[in-house]
Design a protein around this ligand. Structure first.
Ligand SMILES: [Zn+2]
Length: 401
């Protein structure tokens, strides 16, 4: 059956090679973005903790205008004002996510790590395959590895910690909706990445584990280097490169898996994981952060919406592990070490994770049959999910076609 053509928002990312002058301008822009963001964050925090006042975009924007008039901050006028205002909008979103318990409290922006600046329509010019940013004399040297399906609405320049430069263009693309297919329940695991209700186990890819090992080794080496030394700088760059390679490999894996699941199934049931809560509890925090579950949930949600598939999220307090998927008897006490168990009620022998995935599928189908939690919706009784509302905004979760 032919699907419907549907316009969706997508991000296309390209490598760029800025000239020394462009690098200089962009680095200064990043510095200004950081200062403005951090000052606005301090202002919002003080307004809230000292005077119990709400402070939103309008107030922080007024702060920016006042700041630019002060002699010690005149350099803020040397860069485009667009990314500075965008930084205030991002901060606003970060606070909203925090107040709605979707994310942790916004952090200060740091000088190390990736830096980025976002330009809306008024801050860039794209014509005949040439992309020029505000205050830039020459167009950027962009490696256009694929054609843009439409004019970009937003352009974000990023300098990764490994020193590589990228530009991400937000565009309207067209996808064809899918129909037909199976139903599946997914249990996200610690030992394996995921187990499906079909009995299939999806392991964390081996090349990823190898890269993670190398990264850990480089990070240990970096920790031993004297602060401020040349050797430390070298070790830092090496670690940053290894980190980028881990991230790319993991994103490739997550993209392939989420695309496959969306193509094969019309309904996908997955447990909501309060990843922020789990990270806060420092419970298995390393493997959770590495597993990239929140990115995975983000990709699934995004692609389900694109292709007209149904994603049902099951309350994470649902006892998917302790319930027998054969007879429904519940309350069987299991520890994390119990990989297999026999139901005392009906005698069925279960693999812990496959049983959980089957229960998630059954619960998901029940929820979707009575109309709650359809497609993108989170069941009302569930925890706020770790999946962000605006998945396209996250560079790591950029949906790919
Ligand atoms: Zn049973």
């Amino acid at each position: 059956m032919k699907g419907m053509l549907k316009p969706v928002e997508a991000a296309y990312r390209f490598r760029i090679y800025p000239t020394p002058e462009q690098e200089n301008l962009l680095n200064r822009t990043f510095g200004c973005v950081r200062v403005v963001y951090n000052r606005a964050r301090a202002l919002r925090e003080a307004a809230w903790t000292e005077r119990k006042e709400r402070c939103g975009f309008t107030q922080t924007n007024a702060m920016l205008t006042a700041l630019k008039k002060q002699p010690e901050f005149v350099w803020l006028n040397d860069v485009s004002s667009v990314p500075l205002q965008q930084a205030l909008r991002h901060l606003d979103v970060a606070y909203r996510n925090f107040f709605q318990r979707r994310a942790r409290y916004p952090k200060f922006r740091r000088k190390d790590g990736p830096q980025s600046a976002e330009f809306t329509k008024s801050g860039f010019n794209h014509r005949d395959g040439r992309l020029t940013l505000a205050k830039m004399a020459e167009p950027l040297d962009v490696v256009w590895s694929r054609d843009l399906p439409s004019e970009p609405t937003t352009v974000t320049v990023t300098r990764e910690a490994d020193g590589r430069w990228y530009v991400s263009c937000r565009v309207i693309a067209t996808v064809e909706t899918l129909s037909g297919g199976d139903v599946v329940g997914i249990d996200l695991g610690l030992k394996d990445f995921a187990v499906l209700s079909t009995g299939e186990t999806i392991a964390n890819p081996r090349h990823l584990a190898k890269r993670q090992k190398r990264l850990a080794r480089l990070q240990r080496r970096l920790a031993k280097k004297v602060k401020g030394s040349k050797n430390r700088e070298k070790a830092k760059l090496k670690a940053a490169r290894a980190h980028a390679s881990v991230r790319h490999a993991r994103n490739d894996f997550l993209h392939q898996l989420s695309t496959r699941l969306i193509r094969e199934n019309q309904t996908i049931c997955v447990e909501t994981l309060s990843v922020t809560g789990m990270l806060r509890a420092k419970l298995h925090s390393r493997s959770i952060a590495d597993a990239g579950w929140s990115e995975f949930g983000c990709m699934l949600a995004c692609k389900a919406a694109w292709y007209g598939r149904k994603l049902v999220k099951i309350d994470r307090f649902y006892p998917s592990t302790k319930t027998c998927s054969e007879c429904g008897a519940t309350g069987h006490a299991l520890t994390l070490a119990d990989r297999e168990w026999t139901c005392p009620n009906c005698g069925a022998f279960h693999d812990r994770d496959i049983n959980a995935a089957r229960n998630i599928l059954a619960a998901g189908l029940a929820v979707s049959a009575c109309g709650a939690g359809v497609s993108l919706g989170v069941p009302r009784h569930s925890e706020p999910s770790a999946v962000k509302q605006e998945p396209v905004l996250r560079s790591s979760g950029i949906p790919r076609l």
